[in-house]
Design a binder for this molecule. Structure first.
Ligand code: 13P
Ligand code: SF4
Length: 326
């Protein structure tokens, strides 16, 4: 007898085949959706999948800016998101008008935009980045280039530490990651001194962790700042058997699935993104059945945003990108 998951998954796969659709799921999605998807990954991995897919339709199980990024990269494809209210508090912290005003205050500066932004904000930016390539993107810019980095201040501070460069930072944060604080991170590490600590750079505790690392109070070989995709890779390559994970708890499913013999615990079990969790198994089914909800981006905005996103997707370490480059 098949289980409820198997029956649902069979129907999802049947409808996806009928629509010639590819299902992309972010690492923070609920386990059923991760398990039924064609590809599960972080923002950069999913952008690459969206750019390369041969499917007619992309069903994006993630938040709205991710689906928009897929549409920016693959304009000829139909992009669906199972719930249009799957937003992102970080992306909502800055508008295109804010960026234009900021640029006016810093003529000649380049704008590096985290992908957690609207298409309109991307259109005002020179190059995008994700948590997995932000350091490389900034390193690829000329050393004396003035940079406006938006919108996440903790990721920006991480890039400053790694590159030794001073950036102008937009002072916003993700409410989920900002809530993963230094005190609980420290308490969890003290209670489990052999564990490896994996921290997402959006976390409120990332700056404190790097300070403690510098002071020798956290183990240098077992404290890593990583994107969610980087965490999955690190979990497989590391010789550690216990991990403390500072990010949204949806990632635990992917980590445990990839490493059944290893132990993964959240630094904060309450770090749950309510936007990511708006995508439910029932809504995915409806999305495939009814072709809802289509994500569109006005063409003039899409074209300008595409330059910044494509530059990020193509970025190769050590290839300088100048302010006026195409
Ligand atoms: P990743 O690209 O590391 O998966 O991060 C996306 C995100 O929204 C983090 O909150
Ligand atoms: Fe946005 Fe934060 Fe949710 Fe990521 S975890 S999608 S940054 S609100």
């Amino acid at each position: 007898m098949s289980t409820e998951f198997e029956r649902w998954a069979r129907e999802v796969r049947r409808l996806a085949a009928e629509r010639r659709a590819v299902i992309l799921a972010h690492n923070y999605q609920v386990p059923w959706i991760q398990d039924v998807a064609d590809h599960v990954g972080d923002s950069l991995q999913l952008s690459r999948q969206a750019a390369e897919t041969q499917a007619d339709t992309i069903v994006f199980c993630g938040v709205h800016f991710m689906a928009e990024t897929a549409k920016i990269l693959s304009p000829a494809k139909t992009v669906l998101i199972p719930d249009l209210d799957a937003g992102c508090s970080l992306a909502s912290s800055i508008t295109a008008e804010d960026v234009r005003r900021w640029k006016d205050e810093h003529p000649g500066a380049m704008v590096v935009a985290y992908v957690n932004t609207s298409a309109a904000v991307k259109a005002e930016s020179d190059v995008c980045c994700t948590s997995s390539n932000a350091v490389e993107v900034v390193r690829s810019l000329p050393a004396d280039q003035e940079i406006l980095f938006l919108p996440d201040m903790f990721l920006g501070a991480h890039v400053e530490r790694e590159t030794g460069r001073k950036l102008h930072l937009w002072l916003a944060e993700c409410h989920v990651h900002a809530g993963i604080g230094a005190q609980e991170m420290r308490a969890k590490m003290e209670a489990d001194p052999d564990a490896e600590l994996m921290i997402h750079p959006e976390c409120g505790c990332s700056t404190a962790a790097m300070y403690l690392l510098g002071e020798g109070e956290l183990p240098g070989d077992r404290t890593k700042v990583l994107s969610t995709g980087g965490m999955v890779r690190e979990s497989k390559e590391s010789s550690a058997s216990r991990f403390l994970v500072a990010t949204e708890t949806g990632i635990l499913h992917q980590l445990r699935k990839a490493n059944p013999d290893k132990d993964f615990q959240a630094v904060n079990e309450l770090a749950i993104c309510q936007y990511m969790k708006r995508i439910t198994p029932a809504k995915l089914l409806r999305s495939l059945r009814e072709g809802v909800f289509e994500v569109t981006v006005p063409e003039p905005i899409r074209r300008r945003a595409a330059r910044a996103v494509q530059r990020m997707v193509d970025i190769a370490p050590r290839s300088p990108v100048g302010a006026g480059a195409p």
